[in-house]
Design a protein around this ligand. Structure first.
Ligand code: ADP
Ligand code: CIR
Length: 336
């Protein structure tokens, strides 16, 4: 097992944390259950509430520092100012190599535990609150909420295959306690064109998503920023100055933003140094059906790795620069 939770849960740290309980009732066994059940985890730890990050800091701080390069006394600053993205052009004006661009942020609601520790009743209250706020959205953000309990199985499968909906039965989330009472109080809200979407009560209480075909990262970001501001005017999200927006998985803290493209890299993707090249550029590689999936046809999901200690616009700028670099490398291989 190579999970960061295993690396940092030394005998000494376990000794310190064995008797500790967070406000949500979580002990160390709850926090690392997903990593213990799934030895192929990369992280293997989930928080049940904000208090877990404080009470279990001897485990979470080194994980956070390892993943984000972020110190235990650092502070996080949010910045959605689109003016600094004004010169950002479409990453693929030809429309041939970037299939689609997506940005999501994770959010949890202040005053509630996170999904691994939610009660049945709290989950239902959250769904009601979120749907009420989403139903007030106007213009291109207006849409419809589709609860999972009412969804036909074919529709659910199609939405998942088309990259709009979360997967069912993820084993990492199952062990973390996220899938309790499935499918009650889960669902997806989306605009008619499916360019603006919100997942309700999956790994985090909200996943706010903007996506569209092609490589216009700025346009996707602008839509997302407007949506977040509109939702935030009605719902207060869990946030603190050290960890930014608070999420159940420590990889998502801070901006909680994953900006990704589905991009064709058939030559570079086959090279031995591909993973290392992406890592050096601060990029993560996933397959085209999300985390823990494989690439198909030389298409990869490439996204910003760091989300904490950098602003939202910085996440976007890093992805943009990284993708430009990867596209140049792919072109070079094509002309050799
Ligand atoms: P998350 O991005 O929320 O952390 P996943 O990695 O599981 O979670 O991705 C969720 C879904 O979003 C998957 O179906 C994935 O293929 C899809 N997705 C991610 N990035 C893109 C993209 N740039 N274009 C289209 N679909 C995407
Ligand atoms: C793992 O440790 O591999 C899973 N728990 C996923 C970790 C990072 N990704 C995520 O939270 N989406």
């Amino acid at each position: 097992m190579t999970a960061l939770a295993k690396k940092y849960l030394t005998a000494e740290v376990l000794g310190k944390l064995a008797q500790v309980r967070a406000e949500c009732g979580f002990g160390i066994e709850d926090i690392v259950r997903s990593g213990v059940d799934n030895p192929d985890s990369s992280i293997g730890a989930y928080a049940g509430d904000e208090d877990c990050y404080g009470k279990f800091a001897p485990l979470f701080d080194p994980i956070i520092n390892d993943y984000h390069g972020y110190a235990a006394d650092a502070s996080h600053h949010s910045n959605f100012d689109i003016n600094s993205l004004m010169n950002m052009e479409d990453m693929d004006p030809s429309g041939e190599v970037i299939i689609s661009t997506r940005i999501r942020v994770a959010r949890n609601i202040k005053g509630f535990p996170f999904p691994p520790a939610l009660s049945t009743d709290d989950r239902a209250v959250i769904e009601e609150k979120v749907v009420a706020a989403l139903n007030n959205l106007q213009g291109e953000l207006s849409g419809t909420y589709y609860p999972l309990v009412e969804m036909r199985e074919e529709t659910r499968i199609q939405l998942t295959e088309d990259h709009f909906l979360f997967k069912k039965g993820d084993r990492f989330l199952e062990s973390a306690g996220v899938n309790g009472d499935w499918p009650a109080s889960r669902g997806i809200f989306h605009s008619d064109d499916k360019q603006f979407l919100v997942w309700v009560n999956e790994e985090d209480e909200l996943r706010i998503i903007s996506m569209q075909p092609g490589g216009d990262l700025k346009q996707v970001f602008v839509r997302l920023a407007q949506a977040i501001a509109a939702i935030e005017s009605e719902i207060t999200f869990a946030y603190n100055d050290h960890l930014g927006y608070l999420t159940s998985c420590p990889t998502n803290l801070g901006t909680a933003m994953r900006a990704s493209v589905h991009v064709k890299l058939p030559l570079l993707g086959k090279t031995q140094q591909f993973q290392q090249t992406c890592a050096t550029l601060g990029l993560s590689v996933r397959g085209i059906h999300g985390e823990h999936s494989e690439s198909e046809g030389g298409v990869y999901d490439i996204s910003n790795k760091q989300r904490l200690g950098i602003s939202e616009v910085e996440c976007i700028k890093r992805l943009y620069a990284g993708i430009k670099d990867l596209l140049a490398k792919e072109r070079q291989l094509g002309t050799i």
